[in-house]
Ligand binder design. Structure first.
Ligand SMILES: C[S@@+](CC[C@H](N)C(=O)[O-])C[C@H]1O[C@@H](n2cnc3c(N)ncnc32)[C@H](O)[C@@H]1O
Length: 447
């Protein structure tokens, strides 16, 4: 079975039939198993779901949304497992888009829908009080579990099977916080989770009582923080989490003075966490313009199957970069002239705009395409122009760190044209959450 859709439902006899009909129409092209988890309903939820063509897993006692999702995901047969709310407020076009994204990017283990990520649309918003309280919770959770997460509570996540089964074993809250905990557990356990924008159309009919739920969520958040502090979501050694690998990378630089400080700054200013899932776990990875090698060390630490080569023109940076393990070499090289080996992945992280002309950028991208294995990925991170104040900060940092150097920024529309001209098909993610700068990430494959 290709895709299982797990829908926890408690007394949903009114909303389910219409929702299941819409779902069936939207997923005609997929091989889908719809599993409604009847969470001890006292109405005809189970019978109605069955009549509408879904399979039903009946829980005798009402255990809460989290318990129903856990039971459903553990019982779902799909290679991909989507858990989603019974209100069906996320536009179902996202389902095909999520499946296609996981097919294109084998290194990504899970996709988490977000109503706030770049590209998301709120066509009909939730009632004001729910939005207000939801945002309060979002900021509290971000403070503890990562400023880069733009939506903790949306019930719309798609996992690869292995990740789903592991995550539900490390998810304990049965109430409103279950969604946030799925995300925290997935990231903590070393699965590579990417946020995806969704279109939201509020269908109403929710029986959640916002104030009571907020009070409960507050306590549940404290329990989650306590669990995290005790290592309840820690990753196994063979699959380090991003946070764990980032700590080990920073430790490599300890005592090195400015490079140590710079590595710390890079983890705050660069969206490494959103780039890493697109780097294959094995094969040659070439980090062009690696600087002190911060990202190349992180990549090597996260996957021993990767062979990482970093190249930089600046002899002082290469001399001061730490050595690292067996699967990484950072060395001197001019990326405009260096003859590259065929690679599974090539990275250009904040480098293109430092080349000495727009023509040099195009030439480099063309040679990257030649050196990329079939099915390989080129990952580019460049400066984006909005929000303006974050763009301004990035611009300032470039002027201060590279005084006198010419800077050749290209923004998304222009980059798209350039990448297409150089023979790439590209997906763009605009990200600035959790960093003081604004970035455009381009994930490119050969067209
Ligand atoms: C902003 S830094 C980015 C460093 C690194 N990618 C990171 O994420 O920390 C840009 C780097 O590109 C390097 N660079 C610029 N032109 C280059 C060239 N022609 N060949 C190799 N490296 C170059 C610079 O020396 C500098 O270290």
């Amino acid at each position: 079975m290709r895709l299982s859709i797990v829908i926890p439902a408690y007394n949903e006899e009114l909303r389910l039939p219409g929702m299941l009909e819409r779902l069936r129409a939207a997923t005609k092209a997929e091989e889908v198993d719809m599993l409604v988890v009847d969470d001890g309903s006292t109405d005809r939820t189970g019978a109605i779901a069955q009549a509408a063509g879904a399979r039903v897993l009946r829980l005798e006692r009402n255990g809460g949304r989290g318990a129903a999702v856990r039971a459903g995901m553990a019982a779902a047969p799909g290679e991909l497992i989507l858990e989603m709310d019974a209100d069906g407020s996320v536009d179902f076009e996202a389902i095909g888009r999520f499946v296609a994204h996981l097919d294109r990017h084998p290194g990504v283990d899970a996709l988490s829908g977000s109503r706030n990520a770049d590209g998301s649309v709120i066509a009909v918003p939730q009632p004001f009080l729910r939005v207000f309280l939801g945002n309060g919770f979002l900021y509290a959770a971000r403070a503890f579990f990562g400023w880069d997460v733009t939506d903790f509570t949306l019930g719309f996540k798609m996992f690869r099977r292995e990740a789903a089964l592991d995550v539900v074993r490390h998810q304990f809250d049965s109430g409103y916080l279950a969604e946030a905990e799925l995300l925290v557990a997935a990231r903590g356990r070393g699965w590579r989770v990417v946020e995806m924008p969704v279109r939201w159309v509020e269908y109403g009919g929710s029986r959640i009582r916002p104030l009571r739920e907020s009070w409960r969520s507050f306590w549940a958040l404290l329990a989650m923080i306590r669990r995290a502090a005790r290592g309840g979501y820690d990753a196994p050694a063979e699959r380090p989490s991003f946070a764990g690998a980032a700590r080990r990378t920073k430790a490599l630089y300890r005592g090195l003075g400015w490079p140590a400080l710079f590595a710390r700054i890079r983890f705050i200013t660069a969206p490494y966490d959103r780039l890493e899932p697109y780097v294959p776990l094995s094969g040659l990875v070439i980090d062009l313009g690696c600087g002190y090698g911060t990202f190349s060390h992180l990549l090597a630490l996260m996957a021993p199957g990767r062979r990482v080569l970093g190249l930089d023109l600046d002899a002082a940076k290469i001399a001061r970069a730490p050595l690292g393990g067996k699967n990484i070499v950072n060395r001197l090289g001019d990326i405009r002239t260096e003859a590259l080996e065929p690679a599974a992945c090539i990275l250009l992280i904040h480098v293109l705009h430092h080349l000495d002309s727009f023509v040099a950028q195009e030439r480099l991208l063309t040679s990257c395409r030649e050196k990329l294995n079939d099915g390989g990925t080129l990952v580019i991170c460049e400066v984006n122009c909005v929000p303006r104040w974050k763009y301004g900060l990035g611009w300032l940092a470039d002027r201060v760190l590279y005084p006198g150097d010419p800077i050749f920024y290209r923004f998304p529309a222009e980059m798209h044209e350039l990448l297409a001209r150089c023979g790439f098909q590209s997906e763009t993610r605009l990200v600035h959450e959790g960093t003081p700068f604004s970035h455009a990430v381009y994930v490119c494959t050969k067209a």
